[in-house]
Design a protein around this ligand. Structure first.
Ligand code: FE2
Length: 191
């Protein structure tokens, strides 16, 4: 049966949806390169929302396409911009992102550490190839809003990123985003 969802560009949401998740700073503390800085922000500003997403998802079966809308809020922990947790797909499944508002990066990485990064902004489509873990970073001062879609049987592996992180960090340098090596990653490459 066909169906549609509407993107509300004023409220930054997609409806109807089957799943709405709000991700706060406390749950991302250890994903930042400076967790102590995250603690400082938590103390000063409370448990702020870093990102949230609305999804229309199917069960485990294949053949469908899950899709949704992510809203990432602007902010930094130390020099590092707000980021999503990031994940690999369990299957070799690609993903499509369509930028709607704001500006940021889609950071992509193979399991053996090959990194690619693409700017996501309005009217931009980013193709994340199969086999690449992916994370989004809001490098702007406004909410970064984008649409995403991926095969319904892709599956999600969050553990690899949790343990090793990404090989690159996206930090602010002289007021601009810059990719730098992640020193923690170099000590324990993801293989
Ligand atoms: Fe994904």
């Amino acid at each position: 049966m066909s169906f549609g969802s509407k993107i509300d560009a004023v409220k930054n949401l997609l409806e109807p949806f089957t799943n709405h998740k709000v991700v706060k700073l406390s749950s991302l503390r250890d994903y930042f390169s400076e967790p102590n800085e995250a603690d400082r922000v938590l103390k000063e500003r409370g448990d702020v929302v870093v990102y949230e997403y609305y999804e229309r998802i199917f069960g485990e079966g294949g053949g469908h396409i899950n899709f949704g809308l992510t809203v990432m809020y602007p902010g930094k922990i130390g020099r590092e911009y707000f980021l999503t947790r990031g994940h690999f797909h369990e299957k070799d499944a690609a993903e499509i992102y369509v930028g709607l508002k704001g500006v940021g990066y889609i950071l992509m990485q193979t399991r053996d550490g090959k990194v690619e990064a693409r700017v996501i902004e309005p009217d931009t489509v980013v193709y994340v190839p199969p086999g690449y873990g992916h994370r989004t970073i809001n490098t702007g001062t406004e909410p970064l809003v984008f649409f995403f879609a991926y095969p319904s049987d892709a599956g999600h592996d969050y553990e690899a990123v949790k343990e090793k992180g990404f090989a690159k960090l996206v930090v602010e340098e002289n007021g601009k985003p810059k990719l730098i090596d992640n020193p923690k990653y170099l000590m324990s490459p993801m293989v």
